[in-house]
Write a protein that binds this ligand. Structure first.
Ligand code: ZN
Length: 121
């Protein structure tokens, strides 16, 4: 995606200065919420490699492939703590809007935040 375009995570900052720098490995997420935002943005820009890399090896799927016809359209962080984030992500699937409400859990492994799992409600 164009580097100067506003980041899909909703920060209002250009992509490259926001989650883009995490996606290309120039920096790492300092908090669970920052990691969560960058993972959402990775889904939005189609960087599934980053999604995979930031998923706990114990819980991550063997293969991540894009869902055809699905576009992520927005993220709202509802609440967050040291190792969890509750959010609503909106999407369009084959032209129809939808939303996903999840409370995700994160862990630090060797100083890096990783996604463990989430409860969808
Ligand atoms: Zn961002």
């Amino acid at each position: 995606m164009p580097l100067q375009q506003t980041c899909p995570c909703g920060s209002g900052t250009p992509y490259d200065a926001c989650c883009g720098r995490l996606h290309r490995g120039a920096d790492r997420a300092r908090t669970a919420e920052e990691l969560m935002r960058s993972r959402y943005a990775a889904y939005a820009v189609g960087d599934l490699d980053y999604v995979f890399r930031t998923w706990h090896p114990r819980t991550r799927p063997e293969d991540l492939s894009p869902e055809p016809g699905l576009t992520w359209t927005g993220l709202t962080v509802v609440d967050s703590g040291a190792d969890w984030v509750e959010f609503v992500a909106t999407f369009e699937s084959h032209g129809r809007p939808g939303e996903m409400h999840e409370r995700s859990r994160f862990e630090q492994r060797a100083g890096r935040w990783v996604y463990v799992d989430g409860v969808v409600s």
